[in-house]
Design a binder for this molecule. Sequence first.
Ligand SMILES: Nc1ncnc2c1ncn2[C@@H]1O[C@H](COP(=O)(O)OP(=O)(O)OP(=O)(O)O)[C@@H](O)[C@H]1O
Length: 286
Amino acid sequence: MLTLKNLVKTYGALRAVDDVSLELRPGVVGLIGHNGAGKTTLMQMLATLSKPSSGQILLDGQDIVAHPELMRRRLGYLPQDFGVYPHLSALEFLQYFAALKGVRDPARIRRLLELVNLQDHAHRQAAGFSGGMRQRLGIAQALLNDPDVLIVDEPTAGLDPEERLRFRHLLSEIGFSKLVIVSTHIVSDVENMAGHLAIMRQGKLVVYESPEALLQRARGQVWSALLEPQHYESLRGQVHVLQAQRIGAQIQARISHASQPCPGALLSEPSLEEALMAQRYALQAA
Ligand SMILES: Nc1ncnc2c1ncn2[C@@H]1O[C@H](COP(=O)(O)OP(=O)(O)OP(=O)(O)O)[C@@H](O)[C@H]1O
């Protein structure tokens, strides 16, 4: 449905997005990468806010770089720095954006307020909203035109844990029928909702896989060991330590290694975050 072919964006000598090719279908895609990996640059190109230096973006086979209006009609975008108008109520805010987007169905605004669970706050000024409420209003705004593609940049920054959960759940449900691209540098943000993870590093797409496939590859490589501090110190230079925690006088270490790293180390089920780290080490070693 959304096809990226050899997409490149350069800023001077920097290749912020470096030869990315992908086929994306409905479902949630978690776009993961450290700060500066190129996530926002990629999403801005998909949202037709900036043009690629080279490469193609096709929506159902049609070139959206040459014809951005084809994408804009079918796109919802929630940028990283989304701001609400503090003096407008949630309802007024959505009415304003509905007018801008040519959405004339007042019942749609009501339905969206319900979808994002703001129906009881429709007449409150957004100035008094929490971070999570603002984000949910942002999503409602992005869904006004019933988009087929929803792009959300760093959606949970500044949200408390409960708001995070609620927001993830909302995106997850939207992903049942739409393509939802969620960028984040926090793996747990997309852990339980993304059908695929796209991992970027220095502009390149290094992994595009389901979380299950990533976990499967890491199984058999993640070990847990309870070590004396001296033993830990001597081991940590030889293996990849994923996590270490002091427990009493000893150190509980989780280690990524192809074989048992030390006597007594037990194979352990990897978390998704650990699977990603193990994958990174494997790529570095390749
Ligand atoms: N307009 C610009 N001009 C020059 N360099 C830019 C511009 N926009 C982004 N960059 C550079 O491109 C690279 C990728 O940036 P980008 O914002 O896409 O990364 P990101 O993965 O979204 O990071 P973050 O999580 O911090 O938002 C960075 O090195 C950044 O400094």
